[in-house]
Design a protein around this ligand. Structure first.
Ligand code: BGC
Length: 749
């Protein structure tokens, strides 16, 4: 199914109390084969299928286990020759010849690295995201990998959390659309094509809501919020045919996800009809001991398998404990059979029984020119222009010299970002290399990094960078974060630029030369000061292998920025959590509030007229969700609705004229937001419901049209039912979540 079909299919389900079973799509031939195999399997062989190990350097050690049928899957083995050797043991020397499934975290590329997922989300372009996942699948499968632990579709509203880099940001709908695009890219047209890899939406569920943005922390997401905010991307993923799911590390309201049968059985299988298998996160079964949710490994195995975790990643408690638990009747053999069925089903769907071996295609596939081109396009579209005062960008022919400074200008490893196991920095093209290549001898490039790396506190080099800036027409400062500062377990309490980067920017600004700051990072950083000091700011996240050429093209106007923020950028850390789709409060900010320095001395105590905002930070973020500029300007006009009163079964068509009012071609991400004015429970002030990328030549005008089934306005209400509640609504067709004109409409019975 295509993305649009999936979304409208899930929209069709919305009016039902709960989407009951997905269409029965099990293949009878496969089910018969599974049953035939199951009938021959000993309990140990079944438990072997449920056991995933991490590759060991010692191939003999693995061979012994595979021969005995003790292993169903191996992660982190990426050498085709070794993969084939191990697979041969499974196929020819184990009793039943069941193939192994080789897995790897292929998160934003295998060899050719695409922008980090947060950057990909900034494209608001599901096609580019799908293309990226396809390239990743082609390269990974060429090495023998048939299963990736992606997409990560945890709604992530806290930039302190390092793993926000791996997510598609703060919005439920954006995560939904991008997650489906990634699944379609990874799994291709059919799972059994040799270059398809099974997807694994993760982390199920709520992991992105870790308290305080500190990894592995507990979450407290009540069921209604879980269903309205965190589950929809996963529901769409299941409906898109994702082969596997991963249970998350966090405990939600006291229940670790790996032991939570409500989410793994009732919701995932019962409501959504998922028929693939669930893998635990790395040792998250065993970690239920540290959680204090199980007293010993026996209880761990019992709780995890009964909750619905089919395969255990690396912890080995299943293999050790389940025989005893089955004997004691604490785990039913049917539970084991169901788990094995789910695992074998995916192995059959992947065609592994017929095509277990990999033809080593790595030489042809890795870093193929078309892959590099796709990675460059993704990097172009993921960059967000946050400021462009005096239209300093794009640089034109009058610029005869540039100073290229900052620790990220020539950092081939760092610009790849988090979760890169296989991409090599030797293939990275940095901004410095790309700029030199692009401008040739027409522009003098003076390179002086100023700081050796992002955390560098040694200010000795800053004077040289300033001297370089003074000699140049324009300063291009590449700052940000090293790759390791975001990603798993790499959380930060301070989101200012690390090291002496703030001092570097301040010193460069003092030169009075036009200052263009490019930020390469794994998360939104608190750059209010640096943005103030810069004439232009381009935020590229970690842009991957081809980040350099993409940025050079953008800086010189060979490409025009079109990215939009996939997450709110706070002014300061104390504003977190800050996200646009917050619920309506009883005292919404009026935006004319008194700020810290306006308060008179000995001001009297009062709560009259008080609203919801910070005295020091105010109400607004630095940049709202959905924000991003272009080298041209766009005018929105004539927002029209097909009807002002609609019924639940209707489709609302919203149109708007979009005109390119500037002098350059450009692409605008037009966003449709809706607010349900009154609900049986409080509702978000706005929710993104649709978006479209529209390209226009200078002076060109187009009618943009969105079809919105009213059923898409359903939410889990006071009775924990998913319904559209008739009443007043408003919508905005806008360039970001903070602007646009409010247009009312009604839903009637
Ligand atoms: C991460 C997962 C990852 C797994 C396997 C865990 O630590 O949380 O996202 O897929 O490791 O590498």
């Amino acid at each position: 199914m295509k993305i649009a079909q999936i979304l409208s299919a899930s929209a069709l389900c919305l009016s039902l109390v709960a989407c009951s079973q997905a269409p029965e799509n099990k293949d009878a031939v496969i089910e018969n084969k599974i049953n035939a195999l199951l009938n021959q399997m000993t309990l140990e062989e079944k438990l072997g299928q449920m056991n995933q190990i991490s590759a060991s350097a010692n191939i003999e050690e693995m061979t012994v286990l595979i021969k005995k049928g003790e292993i169903g899957s191996i992660l982190n083995e990426v050498e085709p020759r070794r993969i084939n050797a191990l697979q041969r043991v499974a196929m020819e020397e184990s009793r039943l010849g069941i193939p192994l499934l080789f897995a790897r975290d292929v998160i934003h590329g295998f060899k050719t690295i695409f922008p980090i997922p947060l950057g990909q989300a900034a494209t608001f372009n599901p096609q580019v995201v799908k293309d990226g996942a396809r390239v990743a699948a082609i390269e990974a499968s060429a090495a023998g990998i048939r299963w990736t632990f992606a997409p990560m579709i945890d709604v992530s509203r806290d930039p302190r959390w390092g793993r926000i880099a791996e997510s598609c940001g703060e919005d439920t709908y954006l995560n939904t659309v991008m997650g489906v695009a990634m699944i379609e890219g990874f799994q291709g047209d059919s799972l059994n094509s040799p270059n398809s890899i099974a997807a694994c939406p993760k982390h199920f569920v709520g992991y992105g809501a870790a308290e305080g943005g500190v990894d592995y922390n507990s979450t407290y997401i009540p069921e209604r919020r879980l269903r309205n905010v965190y589950l929809p991307p996963f529901e769409a993923a299941a409906k898109a045919g994702a082969a596997t799911f991963m249970s998350s590390f966090n405990d939600n309201d006291g229940i670790p996800a790996t032991g939570n049968s409500f989410i793994l059985r009732d919701v995932l299988r019962g409501e959504w009809g998922f028929d693939g298998f669930v893998v635990s996160d790395w040792a998250s079964t065993g970690e239920m001991l540290a959680h204090g949710f199980a007293a010993d490994t026996k209880e761990v195995a019992m709780k995890a398998v009964n909750a619905g975790v089919d395969m255990e990643m690396v912890a080995y408690t299943y293999f050790k404990e389940l025989p005893g638990l089955v004997k004691e009747g604490k785990v039913k053999e049917e539970t084991i059979d169901e788990a094995v069925r789910d695992i074998l089903r995916i192995k059959f769907r992947l065609g592994l029984f017929d095509n277990p071996y990999v033809e080593d295609n790595t030489a042809k596939m890795f870093y193929a020119p078309s892959h590099l081109e796709a990675a460059k396009q993704a990097a172009v579209e993921s960059a967000i222009l946050l400021k462009n005062q005096g239209e300093v960008l794009p640089l034109d022919a009058s610029v005869k010299s540039v100073a290229v400074v900052g620790p990220m200008a020539d950092a081939p490893y760092e610009q790849l970002g988090t979760w890169v196991f296989d991409g090599e920095k030797s293939h990275t093209v940095t901004p410095l290399a790309a700029i030199r290549d692009l401008v040739g001898n027409k522009v003098q490039v003076i390179y002086e990094p100023g700081l050796a790396y992002s955390r560098d506190k040694n200010k000795a080099g800053i004077a040289k960078a300033v001297a370089a800036a003074s000699r140049a027409d324009v300063v291009l400062a590449f700052v940000g974060e090293e790759a390791i500062l975001s990603g798993e377990a790499h959380c930060l309490a301070d989101l200012n630029l690390q090291g002496a980067q703030c001092e570097l920017i301040a010193a460069l600004a003092k030169t009075g030369k036009p200052l263009v700051t490019v930020v390469m990072a794994g998360r939104p950083l608190t750059i209010a000061n640096e943005a103030e000091l810069s004439d232009a700011v381009l935020y590229s996240f970690h842009p991957g292998t081809m980040g350099g050429p993409a940025l050079a093209d953008l800086l010189w106007g060979k490409a025009v920025p079109s990215g939009k923020t996939p997450v709110t950028f706070p002014k300061m850390v104390g504003q977190i959590p800050i996200y646009y789709a917050h619920n309506s409060t009883g005292r919404p900010a009026k935006h004319n509030e008194v700020l810290l320095n306006d308060i008179p001395l000995e001001a009297g105590q009062t709560s009259l007229g008080c609203t919801s905002y910070y005295l020091d930070a105010g109400f607004y973020p630095l940049y709202p969700f959905g924000y991003g500029l272009s080298y041209t300007t766009f005018k929105y006009s004539n927002v029209e609705l097909s009807a002002k009163e609609l019924k639940v079964g209707d489709v609302l068509t919203v149109t708007c004229d979009l005109e390119n009012t500037g002098k350059r071609p450009g692409t605008e991400v037009v966003q449709l937001y809706v607010q349900d004015k009154v609900g049986s429970v409080t509702r978000p002030v706005k929710e993104l419901k649709r978006f479209a990328r529209i390209s226009l030549k200078p002076g060109e005008k187009k009618k943009v049209s969105f079809d919105l089934p009213i059923s898409d306005l359903a939410f889990w209400n006071i009775d924990m039912k998913k319904v559209v509640e008739p009443g007043d609504f408003s919508l905005w067709v806008a360039p970001d979540s903070q602007s646009g004109e409010e247009t009312p409409f009604k839903v009637v019975r």
